[in-house]
Design a protein around this ligand. Sequence first.
Ligand code: FO1
Length: 317
Amino acid sequence: MIHAFSGGVGGAKLARGLADVVQPSHLTIVVNTGDDFDYLGLRIMPDFDSVAYALAGLNDTERGWGRADETWQCRDALAALGVDTWFSLGDRDLATHLLRISLLKGGATATDAAAEITRRMGIACRLVPMTDHPVNTMVVTESGELSFQEYFVRQRCEPAVAAFRFAGVNRATPSAAWFHTFKQGVSRGLILCPSNPFVSIDPILSLAGVRGLLRRRVLPVVAVSPLVGGTSIKGPLAKMLTELGQRCDVLAIADHYADFLDGMVIDNRDAEFEPELRRRGLHVAVCDTMMVGREVSRSLARVSLELLAHCGAKHAT
Ligand code: FO1
């Protein structure tokens, strides 16, 4: 079994590559739920849905979130009724939210609902929310604390960030749907998708027992850098690093995971950092990480898996 931790957009692209090259029964993708929130009576799980749509081939590749061939009639009709539609739900996307809320209202957990939705979408690998407990990523900014979607969508990531908090994480446990195989030593390794370390991967690492387990070095861990040429392709990572007073390069990512990381995949444009990463004891692969199409996603998945196997072999010796 291979495990991958993922956020939304960037993670979804690698997830699709992994799903193309790993036997489905051997792949578990664990998705951040810190971005999830309730909107118009629906339970929105943006990162989960971004990965699910990508795996099912339903995603809008241009926008990065939501479904392809989307229409917005419901949103526009809501706006005409005077509803503040700061968060756009497309008509096709709504089908997912309606199905999810009906399952949840019927007593399903988030994991149960995810299993049902992925089954109906024809997704063969295991795609699971990190936890069934409520965890809300809060962004501490100069103008106060904001919920993640308030920060990300309503305020377009404009406020400068000072810190992050995962409200509820102390009462949250990882979902058994993935943590059981993870902690039993069944996993051949963990791939950290090229997602934002602060708001996409850290919520998963903060769940009870996860980071502690990784620190015991029970399985190899490879991170695919979310930075390319010292900047983030999409999303606010580069801005966040700067605002937090950190360096904005692949070394910052390596530092972030330093207590358990074995290897890193970096882009050709960051090759100058390879010697320093190796000096820090990491195994490194350098390749094209800009997943502009399915073939690049696949080849990045292959490179990540090879590096993971290499790290695993070193672990064993
Ligand atoms: N992102 C936006 O920038 N604006 C939106 O209106 C928006 C709506 C939306 C609806 C469903 C969904 O699954 C995702 C949506 N996203 C939207 C993306 C999402 O909020 C973020 O990309 C993630 O939370 C960050 O990983």
